[in-house]
Design a protein around this ligand. Structure first.
Ligand code: BTN
Length: 223
């Protein structure tokens, strides 16, 4: 598919602007005045980093997998870097957060917002450490590469569902077979991150050796 690209100097949030555009529209802003992160957090958005949103086809057979394939597309676009994925869809460099993805669904479709710390990142006020690329890539070049990779991953998803993509995703996962804490909406659980289910759930082995499938939560590594 050919993406229709729209580039703006300043937007409140590319995710908000994307609402109402048809699938395969990509919106980019050089900076955002009200960038949104997951769980209602703010996403610091000064000039120099990549802020983009893509409108994706809304189909119940594929929607569950979109968080994973967007993360994969971002990671594949940064192939010169040793990036890893933090379940479900953060991109890490040296264990620190380099990119975040916010998926939002509304009547018009699914919007995936992608923020990549190209030139700078917050140094305080976060629950995690952040990384940036010291301006080593161009934001527009990175956006084009992400759109190309998204096309490839979407084609694979439509052809073979999540089977091969799951393997690709697992190969980049941080923390597999190590102890993690997962903050769930109402509790914290600790266990060993054993696998990713066929539907993308995190499979956690609990201290009593039973397993728990987690579909929503925030992962913290123990080392
Ligand atoms: C996260 O909390 O990890 C998700 C961050 C998503 C940030 C991007 S920047 C482009 C798009 N517009 C927004 O307002 N948020 C997303």
């Amino acid at each position: 598919m050919n993406w229709k690209k729209l580039v703006f100097d300043t937007l409140e949030s590319t995710n908000n602007t994307a609402v109402g555009y048809p699938p395969f529209t990509a919106i980019m802003a050089k900076k955002q005045t009200a960038g949104k992160g997951r769980y209602g957090k703010k996403w610091s958005s000064p000039e120099g980093n990549l802020y983009m949103s893509v409108v994706l086809p809304d189909a119940k057979e594929t929607n569950n997998f979109l968080p994973f394939i967007v993360a994969l597309a971002v990671a594949k676009s940064l192939k010169n870097y040793n990036v890893k994925l933090k379940w479900p869809n953060d991109v890490l460099l040296n264990g620190k957060k380099l990119a975040g993805i916010l998926l939002e669904k509304n009547d018009a479709g699914i919007i995936a917002g992608i923020g990549v710390n190209v030139s700078s990142c917050p140094t305080s006020g976060l629950a995690y450490e952040a990384a940036n690329l010291n301006g080593a890539v161009s934001c527009e070049g990175l956006m084009d590469s992400i759109l190309d990779n998204l096309n490839l991953k979407l084609q694979e998803l439509y052809k073979n569902s999540f089977t091969n993509l799951r393997r690709e995703y697992i190969a980049l996962l941080q923390g597999l077979n190590s102890q993690i804490t997962v903050n769930l909406p109402n509790q914290k659980v600790v266990g060993i991150f054993r696998d990713l289910s066929a539907s993308g759930a995190l499979i956690l082995e609990l201290p009593d050796k039973t397993t728990k499938e987690i579909t929503t939560g925030v992962v913290f590594f123990m080392d």
